[in-house]
Design a protein around this ligand. Structure first.
Ligand code: ADP
Ligand code: CIR
Length: 326
């Protein structure tokens, strides 16, 4: 069965499953739900995910005034990023797409991006890797986009994605939309049809969270419905991202917890705090030589979007306290 191929070929998989069609989550529910409950450590009989971006509803966890200002935690300018994974309900998920599907999905998105280009809040450019696309960019420009943390790398090197068929047909249907200020970015054709993100060097987490919320509403209005399951929330290729599809991260320097260049201690401290540690180039990359790590709350499912951003703020405070103890 295609959904399990990656796990069968990669014995070290933590999840080992990728959905091939949005409907897989409902059609294969007994199997999917068992795997999802196990990975996301959900203890209720059934998964019942709720979507909620309203920060007002979590105001008890916010500082007075609702501003998640990192200077209050003793941090200076920090690189902040919030992304969500989204898929169009009208196409197979990337593991089951043909080359034509990939090109057609990108063409659908180009129609939506043309509307975004007209909007002063999100206006920018689309860059395509698809040979012959009117938006095609050179190999050198693509490399520059990757180096600038704007575009994603060729996924063929990711053995899990390659086995699942998600990395197939590179570079067809791959591209990215970038706003004029380069802080709103949409990846097309990576692990999900779309990865929508806001990034900023700053100190107030609300700025990236609120802008992303506005951007997603705009995207949904111009690109049609995103695949969604009543029980599991937003549908993603990988069940690890299901629900919110959201990862909210900051780059934070913890030189004591990473002394000797190893992330082992930082990971050990972060795990019970519900936080994940990644490297500076994303998942499975090394941490910064100056002890900078990518820190994000681990939960994606059965947590609300508003709760994730609170969890990031609280996580930074807790991690700083652990660093200061050393
Ligand atoms: P994802 O978050 O989409 O699961 P990765 O962990 O692979 O994927 O990260 C994707 C890219 O985003 C990488 O280039 C990474 O360096 C960049 N990135 C992640 N978090 C931040 C951040 N807080 N500031 C700047 N860049 C970031
Ligand atoms: C695994 O099962 O370990 C791999 N398929 C990757 C799981 C993590 N998911 C992800 O990065 N989206």
């Amino acid at each position: 069965m295609a959904c399990c191929k990656s796990g069968a070929e990669n014995a070290d998989s933590g999840m080992g499953v990728y959905a091939m069609y949005p409907s897989d989550y409902d059609d294969l529910k007994p199997y999917m739900e068992a795997a999802i409950k196990d990975y996301h450590k959900i203890t209720t009989e059934h998964v019942a995910h709720v979507t909620n971006w309203d920060l007002d509803s979590v105001k008890d966890r916010l500082p007075p005034g609702g501003k998640l200002d990192l200077t209050k935690l003793g941090l200076g300018m920090t690189s902040m990023r919030v992304r969500v994974g989204r898929n169009l309900s009208s196409f197979p998920l990337p593991g089951a797409m043909t080359q034509d599907d990939r090109k057609n999905m990108e063409a659908e998105m180009v129609k939506a991006f043309k509307q975004l280009m007209e909007d002063p809040a999100y206006g920018g450019n689309y860059y395509s890797l698809t040979p012959g696309s009117p938006f095609e960019v050179s190999e050198n420009f693509y490399k520059h986009l990757v180096k600038s943390h704007i575009m994603f790398k060729d996924m063929a090197a990711d053995t899990y994605l390659a086995s699942a068929g998600i990395a197939s047909d590179w570079p067809y249907g791959r591209g990215c939309y970038v706003s004029a200020d380069k802080q709103f970015i949409v990846w097309v054709g990576e692990e999900d049809h779309l990865r929508i993100m806001c990034m900023k060097k700053g100190t107030v987490l609300n700025e990236v969270f609120d802008r992303l919320n506005g951007a997603i509403k705009k995207m949904e209005s111009v690109s049609g419905n995103f695949a969604h399951s009543k029980d599991f929330g937003y549908v993603t290729s990988c069940p690890t991202n299901l629900g919110t599809g959201m990862r909210a991260s900051v780059h934070i320097q913890v030189p004591k917890l990473t002394a000797g260049g190893s992330d082992a201690k930082a990971k050990a401290v972060c795990k019970p705090l519900g936080l994940s540690v990644r490297g500076m180039g994303g998942e499975h990359t090394p941490i910064g030589a100056d002890g900078t790590i990518d820190l994000s709350p681990s939960a994606r499912l059965c947590i609300q979007e508003a709760e994730i951003i609170c969890a990031l703020y609280e996580g930074i405070r807790n991690l700083k306290a652990e660093e200061d103890k050393l």
